[in-house]
Write a protein that binds this ligand. Structure first.
Ligand code: B12
Length: 457
């Protein structure tokens, strides 16, 4: 069996720092197969402040870890390519940092370097080439990584990129091996842990990569296993708040209700939030989830006219969004809507209508975005080629955005800014919103933060 050093390269701190769950899950799987694993988190190592001194601190602690661990393999978990904010340009691009990390590692050791994680899986060939790592695994790492290590140890020659296999519905997978010190680090900064209850997304949103990353079929972890994890997080690590990282929490497979029922059965007092789809969410289900600890909803509303919702392939209407919003308000559940302007079918007319519809979401928070990050494997990618926004040979490694040819982005951004002016609960541009949240954090606020904006409004 091998000694494996797992490194989480994610140093993004917005909207808040997130526990490196992918690394924890892979660590759990490696441990189960008998490997000796050390988890190292670059963000925690540099203590979450970005300055040149920390770059050095980071390098030194990486060096120390490699020396002490003396690994046979080093595996990098790559979460984000960029921050998907068109207004932040290359400032929001993370791969250069990852390449620096690879260069540092290369200067210290010659052991094989393996890359994985959601960012890697979106553009595997281009990222492997850019980082100059040895091997990459597309998708889920639990089975594929131990298998790859066994083969490499046995001297089997392998292609540089392999595809991870997907566990089946109902199997026990994604069991994280949480690292106590890292939990403390994230707990002190964001006040939240995270957990996955299922994988898979059956929806056909034109820009979204989730079905590409997780497949379309649901694969549920048994509700008892999920709640066992929560119980452990609470009892052993004092975790009181968490975020379910499922692509969409409320799906027709009903797993969100099964989890809620199990939480209630065990009387586990834990606060939780998740991503929701603003359709088919009736009051009865919302009430059940609220009783089980749901304290706020992040809603992938995405657009606020029926025409642009159709352009994004959302499969629900403005009336559905309004009904969901009303249901949340009636239960005093804070709701945040993510809304993206400038996508397919956006015109000056839909922009006006969409901004007017902000008023229907009064009492909630709106995160507005301008333009859509184009990623391979999506319908939007094909559309962008057809509309000659990109060509089939355009590299998408650096942030590349889709704007409807029927709208001028600058005029659109001014209109969104104006519609948000004087409303602290309408957050645009994203960077300004994040700065506001960073200030709140410096004053000791923890958690999602946007839910507290409503309280202050
Ligand atoms: C939930 C989520 C969030 C939540 C997180 C809440 C929380 N407390 O954790 C919130 C809303 C905060 C969020 C924010 C952001 N997110 Co987000 N998020 C997700 C989502 C839906 C799930 C991530 C997750 O935890 N999955 C569960 C874990 C277990 O899976 P995993 O990390 O993929 O790990 C598996 C594999 O990748 C692999 N693996 C992982 N590491 C390794 C390492 C090796 C060596 C190997 C072999 C394999 C391997 O094995 C693991 C187990 O199977 C993904 C999309 C998706 N469906 O995956 C986007 C996603 C990761 N986010 C993305 C982005 C961009 C962001 C933001 C930058 C957006 C923004 N501007 O705010 C921020 C960054 C936040 C930060 N500080 O890093 C992008 C990243 C791609 C990109 N464009 O760069 C994704 C892929 C969505 C997308 N647009 O396509 N996010």
């Amino acid at each position: 069996m091998s000694r494996v050093l797992l490194i989480s390269t994610n140093r993004a701190t917005a909207p808040y720092v997130v526990y490196p769950l992918g690394m924890a899950v892979v660590a759990g799987a490696l441990n189960k197969t008998g490997h000796e694993v050390k988890q190292f988190d670059l963000l925690a190592a540099e203590n979450d402040e970005r300055d040149p001194e920390n770059e050095l601190k980071n390098k030194l602690s990486l060096e120390k870890t490699i020396r002490e661990c003396n690994p046979d393999f080093i595996c990098l978990s790559l979460r984000n390519i960029d921050n998907t904010d068109s207004l932040s340009g290359d400032d929001g691009w993370y791969l250069e940092e990852a390449r620096k990390t690879v260069n540092s590692i290369r200067s210290l050791t010659k052991v094989p370097l393996i890359v994985g994680g959601p960012a890697f899986s979106l553009m595997p060939e281009a990222i492997l080439d850019y980082l100059k790592a040895d091997y990459g695994i597309i998708g889920e790492g639990e089975e594929a990584l131990p298998q790859l290590l066994t083969k490499l140890t046995g001297g089997v020659s392998l292609p540089p990129i392999v595809k991870g296999s997907r566990p089946l519905d109902g199997e026990e997978f994604a069991t994280p091996q949480f690292h106590p010190e890292l939990l403390d680090f994230y707990q002190a900064r964001s006040g939240m842990a995270n957990l996955q209850s299922k994988r898979g997304c059956p929806h056909r949103c034109s820009y979204c990569t989730y079905p590409e990353l997780e497949g379309r079929a649901f694969r549920r972890r048994p509700a008892t296993a999920v709640v066992d994890d929560i119980e452990r997080l609470k009892k052993d690590h004092g975790i009181e708040t968490l975020f379910f990282v499922d692509s969409v929490f409320n799906e027709n497979c009903g797993h969100h209700l099964a989890i809620s029922e199990e939480l209630l059965r065990r009387s586990l007092k834990i606060k939780w939030s998740a991503f929701f789809r603003p359709s088919d969410l009736d009051i009865k289900d919302l009430k059940l989830m609220q009783q089980a600890g749901l304290f706020a909803l992040e809603l992938g509303s995405d657009a606020l006219t029926d025409k642009t919702l159709k352009g994004l392939g959302k499969g629900f209407s403005v009336a559905d969004i309004r009904a969901t919003h009303k249901a949340c308000l009636s239960l005093n559940l804070p709701a945040a809507h993510y809304v993206i302007f400038g996508g397919p079918e956006e015109t000056p007319k839909t922009l006006k209508e969409g901004l007017e519809n902000f008023d229907h979401l009064a009492g909630g928070v709106i995160f507005a975005f301008s333009g859509l990050r184009i990623l391979p494997g999506t319908q939007l990618y094909q559309r962008a080629i057809k509309e000659k926004i990109i060509s089939p040979t355009t590299s998408l490694l650096r942030p590349t955005y889709y704007f409807s040819p029927d709208i001028d982005p600058e005029t659109m951004n001014i209109a969104i800014t104006n519609a948000c002016q004087g409303h602290r609960e309408r957050l645009f541009p994203p960077s300004e919103a994040l700065e506001r949240m960073a200030v709140m954090r410096r004053f000791g606020f923890k958690g999602l933060l946007w839910d507290q904006l409503i309280k202050q409004a």
